[in-house]
Design a protein around this ligand. Structure first.
Ligand code: IPM
Ligand code: MG
Length: 350
């Protein structure tokens, strides 16, 4: 098949991990006889340096013209005081492309059991869950600002969710659960937040349409504790933008390293955006020390979810598992390989 892939390397370790994933995609292209057309565009701090804004018009246009987008990472201390921070570009891309559902699978590779932050007897029960995080609404995109009150300056951010925003992401979670262990856990703070109570109402209604799926509801504080005590109880976690951001970092720690976690952002159109959940890790940039696995597994998700290339995606995932099984890895998972060598090992097993 033919596909146009837009690469957005961004900042820090982004360029290295995106290059690694591109090499993997080129290998898939050759082995399976596809035709991938790669192009690159600027985003984040790199775009600020080049043209003064983290999300140039050209980048948005290129994303709309692509079949899928592979993003590295954005941000770094250099741009902390920029008038528009690099992170705004990431939020801008999500909003621009209408990517309202963010899938963050946390699956424990057997070889990484020892790298998990949890006790071996907990890890032994297995971890295979997906966080479905709402990505274009909630407090990230609500009204915010400064004002002056009776106690001095005030700053506010607001959490607002419309029924439709909840429903569309919930349906993605349910459809995913139908293909997995058929359990959805809605994570919220309905004992305090009105918006959470709307989530509960809307999701309970939708639940009627998916009779084979079991719905549980859990407060986010308890969910954090349960993820540390027994993550094997979860299949699909459905949650808001902010809670999903927080909980998915926790799930990264329990599967061994944030360096190995991929994600897919999907929405209204077929253009998906794929990125590792880790950040730009400025301290590691340019040192050939970054873990390429998160971005490579994100590319595998692209093959499966945007291009329907299931066999190819599985080939990449199996190659990663085989390399890890061989005891190989980058320093974040206790290995000694550099980014390039680790990528070579993966490519040689596809
Ligand atoms: C993530 C990141 C982003 C987020 C930051 C970089 C804006 O933490 O993708 O999880 O908060 O969504
Ligand atoms: Mg995050």
């Amino acid at each position: 098949m033919k596909a146009r892939i837009l690469l957005l390397p961004g900042d820090g370790i982004g360029p290295e991990t995106v290059l690694a994933a591109r090499r993997v995609l080129e290998c898939v292209e050759k082995r399976f006889g596809h035709d991938f057309d790669f192009s690159s565009a600027l985003i984040g701090g790199a775009a600020i340096d080049a043209c003064g804004h983290p999300l140039p018009e050209d980048t948005v246009r290129a994303a709309h013209a692509a079949d899928a987008v592979l993003l590295g990472a954005v941000g770094g201390p250099k741009w902390d005081d920029a008038p528009v921070r690099p992170e705004a570009a990431l939020l801008g891309m999500r909003k621009e492309l209408g990517l309202y559902a963010n899938l963050r699978p946390a699956k424990l590779f057997p070889a990484l059991k020892g790298a998990s932050a949890l006790k071996p007897e907990i890890v032994e029960r297995g971890i295979d869950l997906v966080t479905v995080r709402e990505l274009t609404g909630g407090i990230y995109f609500g009204e915010h600002g400064y004002r002056t009150g009776s106690a001095g300056r005030e700053a506010f951010d607001t959490e607002c969710y419309a029924e439709l925003e909840i429903e569309r992401v919930a349906r993605i979670a349910y459809e995913l659960a139908e293909k997995r262990s058929r359990k959805v856990c809605l994570v919220d703070k309905a004992n305090v937040l009105t918006s959470s109570r709307l989530w509960r109402k809307v999701v309970s209604d939708i639940n009627e349409d998916y009779p084979s799926v079991q719905l549980d509801m859990m407060y986010v504080d308890n969910a954090a504790m349960q993820l540390a005590l027994d993550p094997s109880q979860f299949d699909v976690i459905l949650t808001s933008n902010l809670f999903g951001d927080i909980l998915s970092d926790l799930t990264a720690a329990i599967v061994g390293s944030i360096g190995v976690m991929p994600s897919a952002s999907l929405g209204a159109t077929t253009v998906g955006m794929y990125e590792a959940i880790h950040g730009s890790a400025p301290a590691l940039a340019g040192l050939d020390k970054a873990d390429p696995v998160g971005t490579i597994l994100s590319a595998a998700m692209m093959l499966r979810l945007s291009f329907d290339l299931d066999e190819e995606a599985t080939a990449v995932e199996n190659a990663v598992a085989a390399v890890l099984d061989a005891g190989l890895g980058t320093p974040d998972i206790g290995g000694t390989l550099g980014t390039i060598k680790m990528t070579d090992e993966i490519i040689s097993r596809i």
